[in-house]
Design a protein around this ligand. Structure first.
Ligand SMILES: *Cc1c(COP(=O)(O)O)cnc(C)c1O
Length: 383
């Protein structure tokens, strides 16, 4: 019977007629590059996090992370602490600036960066730390701030999984870090197709990121358009990048932003279904957030060992149910492994947990039948 069901992908964007109408209206307006919609998206996104926050819209989280590190002055010879349990983007942006990503092991329960392991990697060249809120489980905000203070480090949070998300009352993006960067990639908790947002409380970081996101030009196209005195005049103050978010994407983002809490609620409900349905199985379930908000971008379960995990993935695949693994630790990727001569035992927790993890489908447009199908297949595979 299940063989006749259509494929159930690991992730799908939750976009509908409202997003389509917003994009179409923006295209019809004639303003198809960065303009009024991007600015409105920035203002609403910043306001959603609280007062005193500035937001800079970019065309990916990778771009935002690069701009954030550039704005805080990371350069050749500097070292930046990066968890090994992340996507390669977190480390690659450090190399864009000629600095060195220093990989750090993670906590066994949350898979977020382990501050004790991080402390052992601090040298006189360490300038910053880039923690990742894995799966949307919030980093301990007080521990992060205390770690940064103790070692005189700047903080750029990779919040690609973490909108909306909070540790206690502390919303991710509204704390004391120099910058926090969200992703609006197709599979993330809200999407603009491709896109990202850098947020900061520091006006100088915001200003630098705005300039560098568009060729190092001191005024963007929309400002020039609005300026009547000399609309053609601009100054290039640095060799910048091309990281701006176009208005049709921003228009989609505005709709997604207005639905972000509703979509998180749906993922939370799916997570609760899974937690209940799998409670009696011989499987390790993801930790729940005691105080705060879990973004539930991913639902990562852990099986006995690599063989059990691979058999599980194969079984769900035979039922046309997509799964994924988040993440292959960076110290296993040739570029990062070979650069630092890493071996598995350098990161005992990540190396061990990697063998066991698998991510189940959890996206807000999943319907009841799809959730049931994942539950039934998982129970069949593991009971
Ligand atoms: C998706 C992701 C990124 C990159 O986001 P883009 O918007 O695709 O550039 C960075 N870090 C983590 C942890 C991610 O999952």
């Amino acid at each position: 019977m299940t063989g006749e069901l259509p494929p159930l992908p690991f992730a799908l964007p939750d976009v509908g007629e409202e997003e389509i109408a917003a994009v179409a209206e923006t295209i019809r307006s004639g303003w198809v590059t960065t303009g009024p919609k991007a600015r409105e998206f920035e203002e609403r996104f910043a306001a959603s996090l609280g007062e005193g926050i500035e937001a800079v819209a970019v065309n990916s989280a990778t771009a935002g992370l690069h701009l954030a590190l550039e704005a805080i002055g990371i350069g050749p010879g500097d070292e930046v602490l990066v968890p090994t349990w992340t996507f390669t983007a977190t480390a690659e942006v450090v190399r864009y600036l000629g600095a060195e990503p220093i990989l750090v092991d993670v906590c066994a329960d949350t898979l977020n960066i382990d501050f004790a392991a991080a402390a052992e990697k601090v040298t006189e060249r360490t300038r910053a730390i880039m923690p990742v809120h894995i799966a949307g489980y919030p980093i301990d905000a007080k521990a992060l701030a205390a770690f940064a203070d103790r070692h005189f480090l700047k903080v750029v949070e990779d919040a690609a999984h973490a909108y909306p998300c909070a540790d206690g009352d502390q919303r991710v993006g509204a704390g004391t870090s120099e910058a926090t960067v969200f992703s609006f990639y197709a599979t993330k908790t809200m999407t603009t197709g491709e896109g990202g947002m850098l947020v900061t409380r520091d006006p100088e970081i915001a200003q630098r990121a705005r300039v560098m996101r568009l060729h190092g030009i001191s005024r963007d196209a929309f400002d020039r358009y609005r300026s009547t005195a000399s609309p053609w005049r601009y100054e290039v103050v640095a060799p910048g990048y091309k990281y701006n978010l176009p208005d049709p994407a921003a228009a989609m983002g505005l709709v997604q932003l207005s639905r972000a809490e509703e979509m998180r609620g749906k993922r939370q409900a799916i997570a609760e279904r899974y937690l209940t349905a799998f409670a009696d199985l011989d499987v390790e379930l993801p930790p729940v957030v005691e105080s705060g908000v879990h973004a539930w971008h991913l639902f990562i379960i852990r099986l006995a060992d690599e063989a059990a995990r691979d058999a599980f993935v194969a079984y769900l695949s035979s039922l046309k149910i997509g799964t994924s693994v988040h993440f292959i630790p960076l110290h296993f990727q040739p570029v990062w492994r070979d650069r630092a001569g890493h071996v598995a035992s350098d990161f005992p927790v990540a190396s061990r947990e990697f063998d066991r993890v698998v991510s189940l489908p959890i996206f807000s447009s999943m319907n009841e039948a799809q959730v049931e199908r994942v539950i039934a297949a998982t129970r069949e595979a593991l009971a």
